[in-house]
Ligand binder design. Structure first.
Ligand code: NAP
Length: 290
């Protein structure tokens, strides 16, 4: 009989590709979402959808009841470990057998970013939960570059505080494919941490060059000081906490902290990771301002 998998974060960067990546898997898909609109859209795709909020444990039991596997995504923010804890507790109560958790590269108690240190707490909690687990720690998502579509389309420029550090950035579609492969056969990946990267380490100047080639117009990366980047992020509506967390990543990347790739993706799926050129070509309409 098909196993029931409870999926969280389906409206996010990775989640929006996950249902497609799971097409054909012998699984019964179930979703936990926060809005009626998201629930309706998923129901329309034949997915059983429950409305619940990882901020509020009292809303979770119905979605977890009868699920055998959990795909656990938490949003960047100070409540991420609490959200993860609420999901892990609901999973334990419901008898879920395996948790597949979306973490982040370099998650560790001494990581240079608060997000990495918070993920370390949640990774440790999942590992000590008594359930089987698999942890995916992806690198910087190529899709983060879509935050610059307006400045690329309008000024041919991307502004960030990442210096000229290389990043083994990964396309979120590859993370979804990897998650789908693990969810389809979780026991094969039990007790494993995968650090997922793209095929090569790319500087922001390199990413700008790929976008420039894809859209047929000059695009430059302009490194900016952390304070300027922080001001722009807060001005664009990010909370101070999230802006500070992203600034920490920028500074770590500028120092070369993200200048690596791994072969972990190939251990999970068959696909070669998408390159920055492929990403830029696929998202060219967005970078053109379409
Ligand atoms: N971006 C990167 O470069 C990067 C790199 C490595 C790791 N990560 C990790 O990736 C994770 C985020 O994944 P993502 O980018 O795919 O997601 P995302 O785009 O940040 O979206 C967050 C998802 O979580 C849902 N959500 C937020 N708060 C919730 C709550 N209280 N209860 C239930 N659902 C909630 C959102 O649903 P709504 O539609 O209801 O808002 C949305 O589906 C973070 O843990 C981050 O550290 C990111």
């Amino acid at each position: 009989m098909s196993k029931t998998v409870l999926l969280t974060g389906l409206t996010g960067n990775v989640g929006r590709y996950l249902v497609g990546s799971l097409a054909g898997a012998d699984l019964k898909l179930r979703a936990l979402v926060r809005s009626a609109a998201a629930a309706e859209s998923l129901t329309g795709q034949g997915i059983e959808a429950f409305i619940g909020d990882l901020d509020d444990p009292s809303t979770l039991a119905p979605a977890f009841e009868g699920a055998e596997t959990l795909w656990l995504v938490t949003q960047l923010g100070p409540r991420a470990p609490e959200n993860s804890m609420n999901a892990v507790w609901a999973a334990r109560q419901a008898g879920v057998g395996h948790v597949v958790r979306l973490s982040a590269i370099g998650a560790a108690h001494d990581a240079p970013t608060r997000n990495g240190r918070l993920h370390a707490l949640s990774d440790a909690e999942v590992a000590a939960s008594g359930m089987n687990w698999t942890i995916l720690r992806p690198h910087f998502f190529m899709q983060n570059l879509l935050a610059s579509v307006d400045s690329v389309a309008g000024q041919g420029a991307m502004y960030m505080n990442m210096g000229e550090g290389g990043l083994g950035m990964i396309d979120a579609r590859d993370i979804a494919d990897a998650a789908a492969a693990v969810l389809a056969d979780p026991s094969k990946h039990a007790g494993t941490v995968y650090t997922l990267t793209g095929p090569s380490s790319v500087t922001l100047s390199g990413a700008a060059a790929a976008i420039s080639a894809a859209i047929g117009k000059p695009v430059k990366y302009i490194p900016v000081p952390s304070e300027a980047a922080r001001g722009a992020m807060v001005g664009a509506g990010l909370t101070a906490w999230v802006a500070d967390a992203l600034i920490e990543y920028g500074e770590a990347y500028a120092s070369g902290w993200g200048d690596f790739t791994t072969a972990d993706l190939s251990k999970i799926g068959r696909r070669e990771p998408r390159s920055i050129e492929q990403f830029a070509a696929d998202f060219a309409p967005a970078f053109r301002g379409a």
